[in-house]
Ligand binder design. Structure first.
Ligand code: ADP
Ligand code: ADP
Ligand code: MG
Length: 614
């Protein structure tokens, strides 16, 4: 077994790898950027090496710096985690050439599966069914439009080098094709440095079902069953579970068999995932499930597989990388119960899921039984705009799906983060959505009910009343009877908005100046109202601020334009994603002083919407 390991990653996955390494008595080395000097993974590792400035391309994506850090600390092996350099064959080769153990598959396997078009061709040759579509080299807009028409709308345009749900556009009709193609190619070029696309038939009621595979250097290859990751938002996984609802044993055998064939075709070693798309318009059946892509690394959602199989996948990775055979054979593996994972993000569903950056003044996770929290942050840490704003993965296990689902909901409801906004309430609502409850999930569920799911939760009257009383001095409550129905109301500020709260009479001996109300996975700051703290009315100021540092890539309105609530104003590209800023209410565009191409800082005033004079 290797004696030391450098983790070429950050956040929760770096912490998770360190945990297993420590249990196996392996010395751990973290690497970190400027922004991560105080990060949890740095604190938890035995040693840490600073590798550069905050932007990933100056630190976590610079292979030479990471290899140098391994040499400097004498680390015997490098684990890449997921994202960053994990699927970079050149980096893997560099690690091996430096005489360091690479915790991952052969570089050739990464290359073979690296581009979606080449991977699909390879899989088709290996007898694995692939999604129908065009995956050739011809890339002119007119040619691709013809191919799309041949495939038949709706189609999906996909960057061949894409990942993380980026570089993908659903096109419903011919009229939208040219725009979608241009925007997809633009995103692909800037995110992946490769603007080639493929076109796929868009599968009706799609379900994302993937199979965990594992190979060793002795030629053994097993699968660890499937995961269902159909609950997605904009092609990104939100909640994952294992096993897949409605999977019968014959379909499972066929699917997992296809996954093994796929892995064998690239001589796979280590942990990998074969992703399939299934037609969810009827019961699952093997002839309606197609290969989509292979991820040649550990997957974000691997803990649900660990929860139902009892296997520590990182331990297996380290054993296999050390030359040991797989600890278990196929017939030793079985499914025990059900597991579900939710990705808790620092983002604001009410504002189009914009990342919510800042200091985590309050960070609390519920502690339901049978739950696991994988996090990379601690209370007091900053969520920066440099990286993926994931706060934690919360994983719950149960005897059956219902139990896992309830435990996960409970765990999320009992969590509280402040002042950074999170998607916790959104996740709880998604878990309680009647279609999710009944297992009728496809990747469009969130899109269909997005508005209701993303609506900001409001604290209950009981929670507000309890908090309000602790803010008011006893004298102000004179004449109130304990536990009586609210007899009088007072004004407060709830996250800066004026609210009236009925007082129940449980006044505080020592009133505080502000109190956090925590409920439904959310936290709100309640403070006494003062004349000088009155906010600018319910509608807000109409100021359109840059939610994070980034580049303006499109301006859709002009000074003086009349706009309606929800209308698209500008698009900013930040954190490799396009974010659309919309009009908060009906009005007129004023103070628009920005053009496409401009680089903007967080909170820069981009425009102002003024209410129309009536
Ligand atoms: P999964 O299927 O495991 O969710 P994804 O393809 O969504 O995998 O990506 C895994 C993680 O890596 C995600 O958190 C994503 O944001 C991140 N990621 C993807 N591509 C990159 C990249 N080029 N650089 C840094 N992080 C990335
Ligand atoms: P990425 O590399 O970004 O993970 P994938 O090819 O795995 O890209 O696709 C991401 C998601 O997009 C899938 O999980 C699925 O929800 C959706 N998707 C991909 N291909 C199709 C398709 N042909 N039909 C319907 N949905 C699809
Ligand atoms: Mg994928």
């Amino acid at each position: 077994m290797i004696g030391s390991l450098l983790i070429a990653n950050r956040g929760e996955i770096a912490c998770r790898i360190i945990r297993t390494a420590r249990r196996l008595d392996i010395r751990t080395v973290a690497v970190y950027s400027d922004a991560d000097a105080q990060a949890l993974h740095v604190r938890e590792a035995d040693e840490a090496v600073h590798i550069g400035a905050s932007p990933a391309r100056e630190s976590y994506l610079v292979g030479e710096k990471i290899i140098a850090a391994a040499r400097q600390t004498g680390a015997e092996a490098i684990h890449p985690g997921y994202g960053f350099l994990s699927e970079n064959a050149e980096f893997a080769r560099g690690v091996i050439d430096a005489g360091i153990v690479w915790v991952g598959p052969h570089p050739a396997s990464i290359t073979a599966m690296g581009l979606k078009d080449a991977a699909k061709k390879l899989m088709a040759d290996a007898g694995v069914p692939v999604t129908p579509g065009y995956m050739g080299a011809q890339q002119s807009a007119s040619f691709l439009a013809e191919e799309a028409a041949k495939i038949g709308y709706p189609v999906l345009v996909k960057a061949v080098a894409g990942g993380g749900g980026k570089g993908m556009r659903l096109v419903e009709s011919e009229d939208d094709f040219a725009d979608a193609l241009a925007s997809c190619k633009r995103e692909a070029a800037s995110s992946f440095g490769n603007d080639r696309v493929l076109i796929e038939k868009y599968i009706a009621s799609p379900r994302h079902i993937e199979v965990q595979v594992f190979g060793d250097t002795q030629g053994n290859l097993v699968h660890l069953f499937e995961r269902d990751c159909s609950l997605q938002r904009r092609h990104q996984k939100v909640i994952e579970e294992a096993p897949a609802p409605g999977m019968d044993s014959a379909t499972r055998a066929a699917l997992c068999g296809a996954a093994i064939r796929a892995a064998k075709a690239v001589d796979y070693v280590g942990a990998g995932t074969i992703e399939f798309i299934a037609d969810g318009s009827g019961p699952l059946s093997a002839d309606r499930i197609w290969f989509m892509e292979m991820n040649t690394r550990l997957q974000v959602e691997h803990p649900v597989t660990e929860a139902i199989t009892g296997v520590d996948l990182v331990e297996w990775q380290l054993r296999v990388a050390s030359g040991e055979p797989l600890p278990l054979a196929q017939h030793d593996l079985a499914i025990d119960g059900w597991a579900m994972e939710a990705r808790l993000y620092a983002e604001d569903p009410a504002r189009g899921f914009l990342p919510s950056i800042g200091k985590l003044e309050l960070l609390h996770f519920g502690d339901a039984e049978y739950a696991r929290v994988d996090t990379g942050v601690h209370e007091g840490a900053e969520v920066s705009s440099h990286y993926d704003p994931m706060i934690a993965k919360i994983i719950a296990w149960g005897e059956d799906r219902e139990e896992a689902r309830e435990r996960l909901g409970e765990m999320l409801s009992d969590s509280a983060v402040w002042p950074v906004k999170t998607n916790a309430a959104f996740l709880v609502k998604a878990l309680r959505h009647p279609d999710f409850v009944s297992g009728k999930i496809d990747t469009g569920l969130i899109g269909r009910d997005g508005e209701a799911l993303a609506a900001p939760p409001v604290p209950s009257d009981e929670a507000l009343q309890a908090a309000a009383s602790s803010l008011l001095p006893v004298t102000a409550m004179a004449g109130f009877r304990l536990n009586a129905a609210p007899a009088r109301a007072a004004l407060f500020l709830l996250d800066g908005e004026q609210v009236e709260i009925g007082l129940t009479g449980q006044a505080s001996e020592k009133p505080t100046s502000g109190v956090l109300v925590t409920e439904q996975g959310q936290a709100w700051l309640l403070s006494p109202w003062r004349r000088d703290s009155a906010p600018g009315g319910a509608k807000g100021s109409g100021a359109i601020l840059a939610p994070m540092p980034g580049k303006v890539i499109a301006v859709d309105v002009a000074q003086g334009d009349v706009v309606t609530k929800g209308q698209k104003l500008l698009t900013i590209e930040a954190m490799k994603m396009e974010h659309t800023l919309i009009a908060p209410f009906d009005g007129v565009v004023a103070g628009l002083d920005i053009a496409a191409g401009a680089q903007v800082q967080v909170d820069a005033l981009l425009a102002r919407i003024e209410e129309k004079d009536t």
